[in-house]
Design a protein around this ligand. Structure first.
Ligand code: VTB
Length: 345
């Protein structure tokens, strides 16, 4: 019998899989549970309550699946987050040993405002499969699959990236739609994009959805660019590890404390503690999420790819994307949840 994969530099189809395919479907239940729980708070203007509902439900669901899991991308450091903190052990403690990246409610404020693209997200990988990213910012650039390797690079100018992607896609720069978070810090990026002739879609939050959107032709999105959360960068890379696409990310410390040097220094120190030696390193998709990866996202509010939770008397429907590197299959799962039936067993 062949030995199990001893390194996780990248996914190797010839090696027997460690993460059973059924686990991917268990993961849908986890993101569905979080999405349904926080759906009560859609449009209620209370992002903390929405987040708490999602966290509680996700933790309960995770703890009922057959894994020995460690949260590596979670709700924060142990002293800040009582649940699903970095380092928390989750799962039944049987089954495969996995690292877990999660965001029970990616886009708490969009959920509070009933704006589009809030998601419940979970990704799993073999131990060591995710970059243990600190909770700082990350400069990101991403495109979908099917383009030549190296078509995008953070070190390139905005114009060069646009030209390279347009050429690879056989379109004009003016045909490209680039998603960017609407933030003051992006005023130069947005000006440069428009100056070069590209179209820009500004989003309030939710850059995990923004990056996944670039992988799906039906969204019309060609690229994602700009600075968002580093943990969200790892989650997006996990999705791309499964469905394909390229991404680069670089941790950003200067903007974290809005000019407060003490905060920036503390964050750098924290990053070093988490094993980041080169603070300026440009991470590729494979360095952010590698090996046998599984990813599940359930729509909380409707967006590019997923319908949001629809609640009705006695139940709710959810819409999820579940995918894994092993096959690259993207499964869209529509589920009807029946709140009334609690079967006797
Ligand atoms: C982005 C956004 C996320 O964090 O990553 C953002 O896509 C970055 O932080 O949905 P700022 O809001 O400080 O710019 C989120 O909003 C998640 O909190």
């Amino acid at each position: 019998m062949q030995a199990a994969a001893s390194n996780i530099e990248d996914f190797n189809p010839d090696v027997p899989y460690k993460l059973d395919r059924n686990l991917a479907l268990e993961m849908v239940r986890v993101t569905e549970a979080a999405a349904v729980a926080c759906s009560k708070w859609i449009g209620m203007g209370d992002s903390d309550a929405a987040d708490q509902a999602a966290v509680d439900a996700m933790r309960t669901a995770l703890n009922s699946i057959d894994v020995t899991g460690t949260v590596v991308i979670g709700e924060g450091e142990r002293d800040q987050a009582p649940m699903l903190y970095i380092g928390e052990k989750v799962g039944l403690g049987s089954g495969p040993v996995v690292d877990i990246a999660l965001d029970p409610l990616e886009g708490t404020s969009i959920c509070a405002k009933a704006a589009p693209n809030a998601l419940a997200v979970v990704a799993m990988a073999e131990e060591g499969g995710f970059l243990n990213a600190p909770d700082v910012y990350m400069d990101k650039i991403a495109v979908g699959p099917g383009l030549p390797e190296g078509v995008i690079a953070l070190e390139n100018s905005t114009e060069a990236n646009l030209k390279n992607v347009a050429k690879a896609k056989g379109v004009d720069v003016s045909d490209l739609l680039v998603v960017v978070l609407e933030r003051d810090r992006h005023s130069k990026l947005v000006a440069d994009l428009r100056q070069a002739g590209a179209r820009v879609q500004l989003i309030g939050d939710g850059d995990v959805a923004g990056i996944i959107a670039a992988t799906r032709p039906e969204t019309g999105v060609d690229m994602y660019m700009g600075i968002g959360g580093a943990p969200e960068g790892v989650l997006a890379a996990a999705a791309l590890a499964c469905v394909g696409g390229q991404m680069q990310g670089r941790l950003i410390f200067e903007q974290s404390g809005e000019g407060d040097q003490t905060i920036d220094d503390a964050q750098k120190e924290n990053a070093r503690r988490m094993g980041i030696t080169d603070l300026n390193r440009v991470y590729t998709r494979k360095e952010l999420a590698r090996g046998d990866v599984m990813f599940s996202a359930t729509g909380v509010t409707s967006g590019w790819m997923l319908d949001g939770v629809r609640r009705y008397p006695g139940g709710a429907t959810t819409h999820s994307l579940v995918t894994r590197t092993r096959t690259g299959t993207a499964r869209f799962v529509h589920t009807e949840h029946n709140f009334r039936i609690k079967k006797e067993v």
